[in-house]
Design a protein around this ligand. Structure first.
Ligand code: NDP
Length: 348
């Protein structure tokens, strides 16, 4: 059965009763009574984020649901719940009966940037499929780099068999430094511990996670000095914008590799290019960019030591995450506390 067991990622992050509620398929299907005719859930996304899969999954869970897609909003007073992926700032003001805004993904900075945001709770997606996908991507990115796969690809293109294997460091000699030990960062960290890497992490508050050396907010420099591979999994906030800059890079060991899977605005792009080109950094793998899609003439594309992927490291899977959207819809309608609530003040 699809939702019969609680995925392991949830186990240390939410209460048992909440988990049962969140993943109980039958609760959702039976939950028709709460909805009235004038209650609708509205999706607002960018053209590149199709909502078809979401509509299919939420309708499967509750066929009587009134689901609308922006700009076909119908009567704005019907909208009780908005699921947003980069809505137009100011566009939510018109929904007078709005009870909740949910991000379609894990990040919420684009919601909080809206200066005219209604004063309703904000939720986000915390989902095992998102974690799994992020782990897969990062394991690929790290192993591709440490096993020097780009160089082997060049050999392959030339049909050239190297005289001797290229020298590589063993996993136990490499420290993976993870910025952000939240829902994603801590699980990614555990995955690298399992692979035999040293792992350290940096977060607002110090953590106690087996196998991971944790550094608190004021210990950024020591954390950076440890990190042979730096992975950014921070939320984008006023404090973290531009955090990957010249100064940060200079504290990393020579030859360090930088991976950004959080948000493009975490990186000062020219500082990264300079640090890689000058040889202080060994290279970078970037999945997110200040402007997406990345412009055709952007220097990242042709830089031999910078790998570019088109924001695909982890995408919310509607099949897996639709139940929690509906749980929150139900909770919002009945004024119960939301799952995966965002702290507006902290910005994540
Ligand atoms: P969480 O909110 O669960 O975790 C955030 C972590 O960052 C926490 O450990 C927090 O510390 C730490 N943190 C926040 N601000 C600071 C700061 N100023 N200094 C030090 N540490 C800080 O987020 P998730 O793990 O769910 O997601 C992280 C980000 O990943 C998302 O915001 C999103 O932008 C990005 N993402 C990207 C995807 C992609 O496809 N590229 C997919 C999914 C997410 P503490 O624990 O002490 O509060």
């Amino acid at each position: 059965m699809l939702f019969s067991s609680c995925p392991s990622i949830m186990s240390d992050t939410c209460h048992k009763s909440q988990m049962n509620d969140q993943y109980s398929y039958s609760t959702l299907v039976l939950d028709l009574g709460i909805l009235k005719n004038n209650m609708a859930l509205l999706f607002i996304t960018t053209p590149s984020r199709s909502v078809e899969g979401w509509i299919k999954e939420v309708k499967k869970l509750n066929p009587s649901l009134d689901v609308r897609v922006f700009p076909q909003i119908g009567n704005p007073d019907d909208i009780r719940f908005v699921v947003s992926w980069y809505h137009q700032p100011g566009s939510l003001k018109q929904f007078k009966n709005l009870k909740c805004i949910s991000s379609l993904g894990a990040g919420v900075e684009f919601i909080l940037e809206d200066k005219n945001l209604p004063q309703v709770p904000i939720a986000r997606v915390v989902d095992p499929s998102l974690v799994q996908s992020m782990k897969e991507y990062l394991i690929w990115a790290v192993l591709h780099h440490v096993r020097r796969m780009d160089e082997y690809s060049e050999c392959e293109k030339k049909r050239s068999w190297p005289v001797a294997p290229l020298k590589v460091s063993r996993a136990g000699e490499i420290c993976i430094g993870i910025m952000g030990l939240g829902q994603l960062g801590r699980e990614v960290g555990k995955a690298f511990v399992q692979l035999g890497f040293k792992v350290c992490g940096w977060s607002q508050s110090k953590k106690n996670i087996q196998g991971i050396e944790s550094f608190g907010k004021n210990d950024l420099v020591r954390f950076l000095e440890h990190s042979h591979v730096l992975i950014c999994l921070l939320p984008l906030t006023q404090e973290t914008e531009n955090i990957l800059n010249k100064k940060t890079f200079s504290k990393l060991p020579k030859g360090a590799y930088v991976i950004n899977v959080a948000r493009g605005k975490h990186i000062v792009e020219k500082d990264l290019i300079q640090a890689v080109s000058k040889g202080h950094l060994g290279g970078a793998c970037l999945d997110v960019f200040r402007k997406e899609p990345l412009e055709k003439d952007h220097p990242f594309w042709k830089h031999p030591k910078i790998k570019v992927t088109p924001h695909i490291s982890s995408i919310t899977d509607p099949l897996s995450a639709a139940p929690q959207l509906l749980q929150n819809y139900k909770r919002a309608l009945s004024d119960q506390p939301l799952l995966n609530l965002v702290d507006r003040k902290r910005g994540y």
